[in-house]
Write a protein that binds this ligand. Structure first.
Ligand SMILES: [Zn+2]
Length: 361
């Protein structure tokens, strides 16, 4: 405690005298002194934030369509960017609590390994935590991006806070974060929230992974969307070999066209988001939550276009509507939600019992 006082992380706020015995000193955390770094590895965008204990983002950095072909190079790039961010915010290194990386699932959190994320070719069994720890000499933690996003949402949504919700992460794929009784559900292997292979009821293409022909992943894949676009007279970029960069470029082009007012592009974007919403409605129904929160980089771009259709789809698939309402809302964290979530995860881990329960001023 002395060290925390000396470092200016905790200060003596006031003294309480109640009854006999030694007066108690109330300690208050200096929320702006401690900083954590969050990184979000999404196949289409690499995001970094530096966040203080109050949850304020001090600096952010975004690399659109990053080169993710060689995992070891991405790790180097992460380390360099983190060092730059730390230098820019001018916080002494002893006040940096660590780095939290939000990554697409499935993950092995204990070993710090990315297992085999579906849209990141070349990222099977990539060790992320140990190399970054060595390069940065900081605590490094990984968490599945949808779980990290739910942690971030729980930290940050102070006013709109609800204790039970489903968070739908919309990035290059879809995933869910589950919050029950104010706690994020991690699952037995820290991989809860896999909704990619839920059946949507909309026939698309056969999925080799799950054996269905109507799963969310197939119905919202770039391959399928580009084929549908062609049928409807819209040419999207075609590639001979489809890797993460090409898919990201293609999806970005589709989103741009939709935002510019192209009717077919808008239709395709809406159809994808509605499928995710239908799955979210069913999940919300099974969990008996009252709210579905949408966020992530893709949602940030298209929420205005698809908001009403998405809300309607969630409500349509929410069977409990005869018992209570289900609300949908947009995350306050925008495209940074995964990175902020990563920063919150490492803050949570460093400041036990639970930083979310601390009163900050
Ligand atoms: Zn599938």
């Amino acid at each position: 405690m002395r060290r925390l006082l000396d470092d200016g992380i905790v200060r003596e706020d006031r003294t309480i005298v109640s009854g006999p015995g030694k007066p108690r000193t109330v300690l208050e955390l200096e929320g702006n002194r401690l900083v954590s770094i969050g990184i979000h590895l999404d196949p289409s965008v690499l995001t970094f934030v530096a966040m203080n204990l109050r949850g304020e983002v001090l600096r952010e950095r975004r690399i659109e369509v990053p080169n993710l072909e060689v995992a070891s190079e991405t790790v180097q790039q992460m380390a360099t960017t983190v060092k730059e961010l730390i230098a820019e915010i001018r916080v002494p290194k002893k006040h940096i609590v660590g780095v939290g990386i939000a990554v697409p699932g499935p993950v092995n959190v204990e070993e710090g390994v990315v297992i085999n994320p579906p849209l990141l070719d070349g990222w099977a069994d990539v060790e992320l935590v140990n190399p970054l720890r060595k390069l940065l000499r900081l605590q490094v933690i990984i968490e599945k991006d949808t779980i990290a996003s739910a942690v971030g949402e729980l930290w940050q949504s102070k006013e709109e806070k609800t204790d039970d919700f489903v968070f739908v992460y919309c990035g290059h794929g879809f995933g869910a974060g589950i919050v029950i009784d104010g706690d994020v559900h991690h699952g037995s292997s820290n991989n809860a929230g896999e909704i990619g292979h839920y059946s949507t009821g909309h026939k698309s293409v056969f999925c080799e992974e799950c054996g269905a022909d109507d799963c969310l992943a197939s119905g919202t894949s770039y391959e399928f969307i580009a084929a549908k676009a062609k049928e409807r007279g819209l040419d999207l970029p075609a590639y001979e070999v489809l890797g993460p960069e090409q898919r990201a470029e293609g999806m970005n082009r589709l989103t741009e066209l939709a935002l510019e007012g192209n009717a077919v592009a808008k239709e395709l974007v809406t159809e994808s988001m509605v499928m995710a919403a239908e799955v979210a409605g069913q999940l919300a129904n099974a969990l008996d939550v009252r709210e579905v929160v949408f966020g992530g980089p893709q949602w940030d771009k298209v929420s205005e276009l698809v908001g009403e259709d998405v809300d309607a789809a969630v409500k349509r698939r929410f069977g409990l509507r005869t018992v209570h309402d289900i609300d949908t809302r947009t995350s306050t964290l925008g495209a940074n939600v995964g990175a902020v979530g990563g920063a919150c995860v490492v803050m949570d881990a460093s400041l036990s019992p639970k930083a979310t329960a601390l009163l900050l001023r």
